[in-house]
Design a protein around this ligand. Sequence first.
Ligand SMILES: N[C@@H](CCC(=O)N[C@@H](CS)C(=O)NCC(=O)O)C(=O)O
Length: 345
Amino acid sequence: MTQLPLAFKGAPGSPYTRKMLALMRYRHIPYRYLVGAAADKAGMPKPAVELLPTFYFPDRSGALVAVTDSTPILRRLEQEVAGRSALPPDPVLAFVDALLEDFADEWVTKAMFHYRWHFAPGIDKAGGVLPVHFLGVNADESMLKAAKVQFSKRQVGRLPVVGSNPATAEMIEAAYVRLLDLLDAHLRGQPFLMGQRPGASDFALYGQLSQLAHFDPTSMELTLQRSARVLAWVDLVEDLSGLEPRDSDWACADPIAPTLLALLRELAQAYVPVMLANARAHAAGDKELSADLSAGRWQQAVVPYQTKCLRWLRTQYAELGASDQSRAAALMQAAGISELVCATL
Ligand SMILES: N[C@@H](CCC(=O)N[C@@H](CS)C(=O)NCC(=O)O)C(=O)O
């Protein structure tokens, strides 16, 4: 059983940290937020791959174990802490929620990384601010200056790893603008992706937008120009501790709201073809993937972790009962994204 308050390591500039913080505030899960170096100073264990956030859960003997990956952790917290669930009870809506959660985590994050490390004002701001989160506000100025140079260089160097390069930059930016418009249209009808109460996908999207709309200067300005509504939504999802959700507040999966279907259609533009191309390239032992999108050719390094994400989604789909699976299949078809679960790799 989870020991509360739940300790975890994170940082304000990490979209997945922000996803989990907002989730825990909404779910009334008490937590201990160990920012930057605090976890190491407290002697917390290290995970196999150091990622933010890292959660510390007790094993059977009570010893703390470091655990990463927000998506399975969110589900583990549903098992261990009751009430105020962020997972829809209708299995078809839960599948839609998982799809949109993964889209935010694995696709929208490309926009987040691109806007942060592609444009000079973004590099300057992130390079200046983010190291302070780790080194402390009272860190020595010369140390911060050196960290700024070193950290920015490392992150800019990772742009191609997440898929931002001269050929894809325009595609990423156009996709972000489309997302803002789709989200704006949806939020005119209901306050969350999942209806009158938030689901996992709301927190995942919030996590990425906490940076895109509120930190990185180029995307901040763009977000405000395009939709003050989306910007305000991010402010609100940050702390939903006062929302009193009811069972009847979940969205309906059939018929699905036209604005939610429009968002699912967006997944066909790049997320689905890139996830499939990634899995195929990984299975073939290739290091690079390429996918022909309607906007042009997408090329980037293979991301092995995303083959795991695809597998999770396919398992969730395969485990749907027969009638739920045909409801989900009809939805996927209407959105033009059936391949995600049907294509043989
Ligand atoms: N799949 C992970 C992703 C976590 C992740 O990528 N975190 C980033 C920061 S937002 C990180 O720690 N990157 C490692 C690094 O920068 O070295 C999750 O859902 O939590």
